[in-house]
Design a protein. Sequence first.
Lengths: 153, 150
Amino acid sequence: MMPFDRLVRAMDEWARENPQVPVEIQIGRGRYEPRHARCVRLIPVVEYRARVAAASLFVAHAGMGSIIAAIEAGKPLLMLPRLQAEGEHNTDHQLATARSIGARPGLHIAADAADLKRQASALLSDSGAPPAPIARFADSGFTNRIRTFIEAA
Amino acid sequence: MPPPKRILAIASGGGHFVQLLRLRPAWQGHDVTYATVHAASASDVAPARLLTFRDVSRADWWRLPLALWDIAGILLRVRPQVIITTGALPPLLALALARPFGVRTLWVDSIANSEVLSGSGRHAAKVATQVITQWRDLAISPVDHWGSVL
């Protein structure tokens, strides 16, 4: 995954302004290293899910891994879409994801870094409705069609 | 119950792999091997086997030979009859490499691509047996829509 320094910097600034709240940021290959939040390069997947479940607020890019993790954990998610022009992704599809999936209850989209910090404070005092629970697997109508495809081999 | 097929279920990390996991009932009872970029994902699929490959994307295209090497090794080990993928670039290589061997391949374009098919998905249309989108509006022949992971 490409670096997303804009998100890391914004939440590190938010951590400086809110020293009473412990903040941990997974920065991947990011260049900006947080000075106020705890910094980790990559959290193993099982531990990652436990962190999401235990957090008061989950902030991420508008990627499907984060969105599905939030929905499965029933945890509100605040997202900042990655932008191609900022060198944060190969395309602007996270804007499309934000438009198409970000409208679900419990999912929140920030327009920019300032909006992200503002919404983080607002959601921490009142996170509103969590995402509606979903089944562990995709709809059986979908998986049955894939099974038919497999068994035709 | 037909005899079990050898299946390779392959996806890059993050959202691609999470979407693949949500499709698991589709191949329950078959002989499945998973492949992704993080070895830690093994705990998600145990007792099924999980192999790993080195990731590559358009942003770090120079890693392509590493990914190609890993993907070729995975295909030789698994010798799949069917490949199912939810993207992205390395699984596209798997579909392209498997094509001359008559492997049945399905590209499930990520649900993230709600307005246009992914770049890899457009290429997959040339090499996969079938490409499906998770958005009804993007299902323009030969790309089909069978449902979505959410």
